[in-house]
Design a protein around this ligand. Structure first.
Ligand code: GDP
Ligand code: MG
Length: 366
């Protein structure tokens, strides 16, 4: 997952670290104490010191010199220096910042999101006294981590959501064709069952040939009840029945599969409006493929404007080496990513926790 971006971020990390290290070495005033005094022959001892003049230092020069040479004093300073402090200017990190910008754009991170990440890096690093320990890399990773977490938002834990809402919680999955809606419905059903919730699936794709069979096969394997009508039936009616079933049987969650549709196809969008009216979903989840990069981000925005979206699932993250959509979609659409799809198996689904995704991107170190 996200291998190309991960590799590039590793390089960038090294570049930042070496630039900051360089800036630190030409900046002794901030990060280092005065160098130890050059060992000069001590001045001849003053045998009879003159009485101190009013307003002058009480300590004679020889005594002050002696104090500066105290080895324990310098040892203590050296220990302090391990926690160096640095004041970076923009020019110190201009080069790696520009490279980071290019890398993000090349890996399909949307322009406004790239800008935001760069702005956060700058704000964190430039013009502020920053402590650097033995490893500058720690500072770089912390800064990158916080910039990326900043654009990824808080995420949404579906288990918490269900616990906090009246049952049944109704979740409608929508999006364009072939992105993995039906597979995601099955995976989410399995995930929720593993987490102790009861689930029913509504076979709301009555449009595409074989769609009802497809969800039925998944559900049978996972031992999940499916509410279905015949092919060509009104999906609103199917999903209404699924909700009624859940109410009657005290099922925790209704997962509604639907046919793929584009936001600009009026008839299918009207159908979706009707589904919304009849089923009254608690969450409308937009599903798209991480591999679609910027297209997925743009489509998610269009869907949100057309019908409203509460959360996003990005599938096929296992096939996505760039990670741009995963980084961009929450910030661009203003809705959290709920899950990443990471393969074709039922367990190949990952709750989207920004922190975990950033760890994955930064190699999980530091
Ligand atoms: N590699 C991979 N394939 C996926 C993932 N999710 C779905 N697919 C595949 O994508 C194809 C289309 O999935 P489907 O659920 O039928 O899409 P729908 O048309 O949106 O319902 C199927 O072959 C799925 O196995 C995923 O996370 N990773
Ligand atoms: Mg489908």
């Amino acid at each position: 997952m996200f291998d190309s971006l991960k590799k590039k971020l590793q390089n960038i990390r090294t570049k930042f670290a070496s630039n900051i290290e360089e800036a630190a070495t030409v900046q002794p005033a901030v990060e280092q104490p005065a160098p130890p005094p050059t060992v000069e022959p001590a001045p001849p001892p003053v045998i009879t010191p003159a009485p101190p003049l009013p307003g002058k230092s009480l300590a004679p020069p020889a005594a002050r010199e002696e104090k500066r040479e105290d080895p324990t004093f310098f040892n203590r300073l050296k220990i302090l220096v391990r926690e160096r402090e640095i004041l970076l200017q923009e020019k110190d990190i201009e080069e790696p910042l520009m490279e980071l910008e290019m890398v993000l754009l090349e890996n399909d991170v949307a322009l406004p999101v790239t800008d935001e990440i760069i702005a956060r890096m700058k704000k964190d690093l430039v013009g502020r006294h920053r402590k650097i320990g033995a490893s500058v890399d720690d500072l770089v990773v912390a800064t990158l981590r916080s910039a990326l977490c900043g654009v990824l938002g808080d995420g949404l834990d579906l288990r918490d959501y269900i616990r906090e809402h009246e049952r049944p919680v109704k979740i409608l999955f929508t999006g364009v064709n072939g992105t993995g809606k039906t597979t995601t419905v099955a995976k989410v059903g399995h995930y929720l069952q593993k987490n102790g919730f009861t689930v029913v699936i509504g076979a709301g794709d009555t449009f595409r040939a074989g769609a009802i069979e497809q969800i039925r096969t998944h559900a049978d394997r996972l031992d999940i009840k499916v509410i279905q009508h015949q092919a060509g039936a009104d999906p609103s009616a199917v999903l209404f029945d699924a909700v009624q079933y859940a109410k009657a049987h005290e099922i925790d969650v209704v997962l509604a599969d639907t046919a793929g549709r584009f936001h600009n196809r009026a008839n299918l969008m009207n159908q979706l409006e009707k589904i919304r009216r009849v089923m009254k979903p608690d969450l409308v989840v937009y599903v798209d493929e991480a591999v679609a990069g910027n297209d997925a981000v743009i489509r998610a925005g269009e869907f949100n404007r057309a019908v409203g979206t509460d959360a996003v699932v990005l599938t096929k993250a296992d096939m996505d080496s760039k990670g741009g959509a995963a980084i961009s979609v929450a910030h661009t659409v203003g809705k959290p990513i709920l899950f990443l799809g990471t393969g074709q198996g039922y367990d190949d689904i990952m709750p989207f926790t920004p922190r975990t995704v950033v760890d994955e991107l930064l190699g999980g170190e530091a």
